[in-house]
Every structure is written in structure tokens, then in C-alpha cells.
Design a protein around this ligand. Structure first.
Ligand SMILES: O=C(O)CCC(=O)C(=O)O
Ligand SMILES: [Fe+2]
Length: 227
């Protein structure tokens, strides 16, 4: 399931992140690629240990941790510290690949199983051409190009690519996360149930059936969650 989450970053956070990245020294994106994806990866990336990465990451993680839609859709257990990339000029594309299943996090020393992949768009889509994130799932291909501050979340098992940027620069943050609920279908069911309960609560308040349904949500989560 592909989920778009609008305005993960507010205007102030977006401008702070952009300010930090404006002075950054970008490196060849192949620094974090496996041998197979290195053959199709042709972008810029911020070294993960750089002070700019660390400063921008804090802003993103704070925004993610207060976003109810993100928390419900992802049910995060471990979030890999967000990375930053840039597609511009001759380094402007990333061909078809599937992300590595397990990533070692140098900051925490932990391993993260990449149940979900995420991109937070940081550049205004009017300022660049191309750069769609094309994600394949069982229903076909989806081209995603979102407003600055918006995010897309998709299963880590998906084949995906970034189309060549032919004008301007596409800047984004990308990361992976391990979910408390490993199976995509279970996670999707829980998300849909949570959203339906929210709608019922907003329209009719906490009636007895709504309380019971909320109990079912938590009991399913209790059955499936690995914490
Ligand atoms: O730039 C993006 O939106 C995705 C980057 C990506 O797929 C990756 O680094 O593995
Ligand atoms: Fe990827």
C-alpha cells in the first residue's frame, strides 16, 4: 500500500531544513548503495555523519513523531535516521531497484529491517521537471511527485525508481523503518480500521460500539505487534 501524508513538515520546519541543506557538501550517492543499485544510482547524497545531516534529521524526526497519520500507517518500531539526496545536472536519476532488506544504523548501532521506505519531498515541484518516484506494486506503477513537505510511504519490498530530473533540482529526504507489524496486509487492515474508527468518533462520539471496535483494534495490534 502506498500512502501519501501531506504537510509532514510545516513551513517553518521546511525553511529550516532547506537553510541547513543550502550550505551542505553533497557527495556521490553511491556511498550508501549496494553493488547492484550502485549501477543504476546516479544522484547526490549528504554524507550521513555530516553535521548538516544530523541537524536536519532532528527536525524531521520531531515532525514524524507528532504526525498521527504517519504513526498509524507505519506503526514504527525503529526509524533509520533520515538521509538526504539531490538530483540535479549530471547526477539526476536512480534506476529500478529494491532497497536492501536490512540496514545497519551507524548512529544507534542497531539493525533496521526495512518494512517501509519513505520519501519526504523538500523541493517545490514547480522548480524542477521529472524526478517522479515511480513505485510498482501488484496494481501497477504509480508516479509520485508531491508538494514540498509531503511524504510518501511504501512497502520496502517494492521495485521503484526516480525518473531523470531534466530541469532544476529535486531535493528530498529518504529513509526506512521497521514496523511493529511486519506484514503489509496486516498493517493496512489496522490502518483502515483506525481511520474508520476516527471517522466514527468524529461524527458520533464514543458510543458503545465505537468503544468495542477500538478494543478490537487494540486486541489485533496486541496479537500482531512485535515490540
Ligand atoms: O529519492 C527518492 O525518492 C528515493 C531514493 C531511493 O530509492 C533510495 O535511495 O533507495
Ligand atoms: Fe530506493
Amino acid at each position: 500500500m502506498l500512502i501519501e501524508i501531506p504537510q509532514v513538515l510545516n513551513a517553518d520546519e521546511l525553511s529550516r531544513v532547506r537553510g541547513i541543506l543550502a550550505d551542505a557538501a553533497w557527495a556521490d550517492g553511491r556511498i550508501t548503495a549496494g553493488s547492484q543499485s550502485a549501477q543504476v544510482k546516479n544522484n547526490w547524497q549528504l554524507p550521513e555523519q555530516s553535521s548538516q545531516s544530523a541537524a536536519a534529521r532532528v527536525i524531521l524526526l520531531e515532525a514524524l513523531n507528532r504526525n498521527a497519520l504517519f504513526l498509524s500507517a507505519a506503526l514504527p518500531k525503529r526509524i533509520f535516521p533520515p538521509l538526504f539526496n539531490r538530483y540535479e545536472g549530471e547526477h539526476n536519476t536512480f534506476g529500478n531497484h529494491i532497497d536492501n532488506a536490512v540496514r545497519h544504523c551507524p548512529v544507534t548501532g542497531q539493525r533496521v529491517r526495512t518494512d517501509l521506505s519513505a520519501t519526504i519531498f523538500l523541493a517545490d515541484p514547480d522548480n524542477y521537471d521529472g524526478g517522479e518516484l515511480v513505485i510498482e506494486d501488484t496494481y501497477g506503477q504509480h508516479a509520485v511527485k508531491l508538494a514540498a513537505g509531503d511524504m510518501v510511504l511504501y512497502p520496502g519490498s517494492s521495485l521503484h525508481r526516480v525518473e531523470p530530473v531534466t530541469r532544476g533540482a529535486r531535493v528530498a529526504s529518504f529513509f526506512w523503518l521497521e514496523s511493529m507489524v511486519r506484514e503489509t496486509e496486516r498493517r493496512r487492515l489496522l490502518f483502515e480500521m483506525d481511520m474508520a474508527i476516527l471517522q466514527l468518533r468524529n461524527t458520533g462520539g464514543d458510543s458503545e460500539p465505537v468503544v468495542n471496535l477500538t478494543g478490537c483494534y487494540h486486541n489485533l495490534l496486541r496479537m500482531w505487534a512485535e515490540v
